[in-house]
Every structure is written in C-alpha cells, then in structure tokens.
Ligand binder design. Structure first.
Ligand code: SAM
Length: 376
C-alpha cells in the first residue's frame, strides 16, 4: 500500500477554506432566520427565552457528537456562542434590553417545577456538590460549611438547631455533631428520602417534609441556631426573617444565604457553558436550572446586601454580613475548570474569589450573613 497522501497540503488548505466560507454563509443565513423568529415571537406575544429548546438541542448535539466522533465539550462551546449571538440579535431586532421573561410565573407552576427538579436531582445532588467537575460548587459548599461551623459557636446553647431547606442533609450532618437535637425540613419528599439514608443519624435528628412557606414548624423561642444556606433563604418565603425572629431563642443565631442581585454573574449572560448551569432572572424572581435534558424554573428572590440587611432589621434581627461569594468561579467557562492546562487560571480565580469575598465588594453570587435575635 502506498504511503502517498490523498491530497497535497495546498488542496487540504483549500478544502478547509471552503468549509470555513460555507460556515460563514450558514451563520449569515442563521442570523436572518433568528431575526425572523424574533418577529414571529413578538407577533405571537411569545417569550424570547427558549431554555427547553436549547436543552434538547444540547442533548441532540451530544448524540450527534458521539456518532461523528466529535468532542461534545468543544461543540457545546460553539453552540453556546451561537445561542448567545442569537439572543443578542433577537433583542436588537425588537429593541429590547433583555431576552429574559419579565412576566411573573404562577406560584403553582414554580412549586410543581421545584418538586420535579428536586425529584430529578435528589439521587445525584451529593454528586453535584462533591463529584468530579464540580469544583466551583464544592469549594463554595466547603466555605459555607466553615462559616456555618463558626456561626454555630455563637449559639447560646447546644440544644436545638434547624436546617431550613435541608436537601439531602449535608448541613444536618454537620449540625448533629454540635447540637443535641437537629430538625431538618425540606418541601421535597425525594430530598428527605435521600437525607434519611445519608448516614447513621443520632437519635436527636428528625428530617421532615415541610413547606416552609407556611412558616417554620417550631415553637416560639426554642431554636438555638438555624441555617438556610446555598441560596436557600432566597427560595423560602419572604417572611423568613420574621419567622426566624419568632423561633430563635434570645441570643439565638442563624446563618442565611441569599442569591445576590448585584452579583457579577447576573450582570451578563455569558457566551459559554459555565461551571454552574443555572441563571437568575431578576425580572421575575426566578432561577432557571438546567438538569440533564430539562430546564426547570424555580423561585429565587435575589436581594441586594442592603435589602437583606433591611429585611432582617425590620424583623428585629441583628445582621452581620460575612461576605458575598464566589465571584469568578461560577462564570468561568467549564473548559477552564476541566482542562488540566488551564488549572493555574482556575486556581488563581479561586484565590481571587477568597479575596473578593470580603464585605465591601459585594459582587459574589451569594450573600452570606449571620443574623441573631438580641438577648433579652
Ligand atoms: C439549594 S438547596 C439547599 C441546600 C442545602 N441546604 C444544602 O446544603 O445542600 C434548596 C433546598 O430548599 C428546598 N426548598 C425550597 N423551597 C422550600 C420550601 N418552601 N420549604 C421547604 N424547603 C424548600 C428545596 O427543595 C431544596 O432542597
């Protein structure tokens, strides 16, 4: 068999040039189709947001990549950039500032989407927090667990801790080593089911399916400490500070974290698959969460640091800002976190995030605060 190449280098280069030209022509056609789509959507009063379509597009591309022997991550980066440009084109065409929905989502829909999301995520939630490719989330959780541990030392005694929105119980597990009794609540039966099998729980731990929108199921002045972490304070009822002021005993403390309305991550819809695949929509207080091939819209009422401080102050709670965190990690392109060659950049961003977590900068994804009920 001859080792002669089928084509000369010049012929191969001509082919590549031709392919690139065809791609540009296709992108121009795509842009005019996108303009047409925007006009049709406007005429129908339909939303410019199309997360479900995008998620199924990614799923199809994943299959096509497998068939064609292409690296899906590389394709996902190209597709994300295409989607990003389409959104800019749609907004320009219609003279809008945002493609995000500005209409409120009915509360029943938010509730059913939360239950569906948590049912789908419960089996892989711990993996999401701790597994491979989850550095941005796990480093955040680690910081939060440290903050929870040090805030718990401010509790007046070791009697009762509440874990509000406990999911699979990672915080309850920490709390059981510090408090005689721990009560974890979550609206999701699937999450509580997984939480119960998490570890050998002490006899003083109870994990219950409860909707905290109906209030915190605890007697007045009984809790020494409480936690609503990982942005959970933004997902629970706006009456949460008032309820905390009711159930905390004098001198009792809580660690709360909210989605930060001023976060860098929310100022921009970045054109790449990021390390954390969810987007806040401050126009209607929702969070779009990508999970597998589906996208769920759940409630997340982001606050500014001043709003969080004000809400706690009006409920009679003292407010101490721990910081806002993280700032850069969630918006880094996933390939930076994944690529061993870009590791140095990722590590540098992590160190910068530690620095930026200091109060006063306030651009991180979550606001973390310790609140307390003044001692009588
Ligand atoms: C971001 S996760 C919280 C994470 C958890 N604390 C941890 O450390 O992993 C938010 C949790 O709050 C729960 N949740 C949201 N709204 C709720 C409500 N109204 N009542 C009770 N739990 C709720 C969700 O089901 C979800 O498990």
């Amino acid at each position: 068999m001859s080792n002669e190449p089928l084509m000369s280098l010049d012929e191969i280069r001509d082919r590549l040039d031709l392919g690139d030209t065809q791609m540009l022509e296709w992108l121009a056609t795509r842009a005019s189709l996108v303009r047409e789509v925007a006009r049709i959507k406007e005429a129908k009063g339909a939303s410019l947001q199309a997360a479900d379509r995008e998620a199924s597009m990614f799923a199809r591309k994943q299959i096509q990549c497998r068939v064609l022997g292409l690296d899906f991550h590389y394709v996902a980066e190209l597709v994300s950039l295409m989607i990003w440009h389409s959104k800019q084109i749609e907004c320009d065409e219609l003279g809008r500032d945002t493609f995000l929905d500005t209409n409120p989502v009915p509360p029943e829909r938010l509730h059913s989407q939360l239950l569906e999301l948590t049912a789908a995520e419960a089996p892989r939630y711990d993996e999401y927090c701790r597994g491979e490719d989850t550095d941005a989330v796990s480093s955040y959780i680690d910081r939060e667990l440290e903050w929870i541990e040090s805030a718990s030392a401010e509790a007046p005694d070791r009697e009762l801790a509440l874990d509000l929105g406990c999911a699979t119980g990672q915080v309850s597990e920490l709390l059981q080593s510090r408090f005689e009794r721990v009560r974890g609540f979550d609206v999701s039966p699937a999450m509580i089911d997984h939480a119960r099998g998490r570890c050998d729980w002490n006899p003083g731990v109870g994990l219950e399916v409860r909707d905290l929108d109906a209030g915190i199921p605890a007697e007045d002045g009984t809790a020494s400490f409480a936690v609503a972490n990982f942005g959970a304070a933004s997902e629970l009822s706006p009456g949460l500070p008032r309820e905390l002021a009711r159930v905390l005993r004098p001198g009792g403390a809580a660690l709360l974290s909210w989605y930060n309305r001023d976060a860098l991550v929310n100022d921009w819809f970045y054109p790449w698959p990021a390390t954390v695949h969810s987007h806040l929509n401050p126009h209607n207080d929702t969070l779009e969460v990508w999970s597998g091939e589906s996208v769920y819209t759940i409630r997340a009422r982001a606050m500014t640091v001043d709003e969080a401080r004000g809400a706690c102050g009006s409920a009679g709670l003292r407010f101490r800002l721990v910081g806002t965190y993280p700032t850069l990690q969630p918006i880094l392109p996933a390939f930076v976190a994944r690529s061993p060659r870009a590791r140095a950049l990722y590590e540098t961003c992590r160190q910068l995030d530690d620095h930026l977590a200091a109060p006063g900068i306030d651009r991180g994804s979550f606001i973390i605060a310790v609140v307390s009920r003044p001692a009588d």
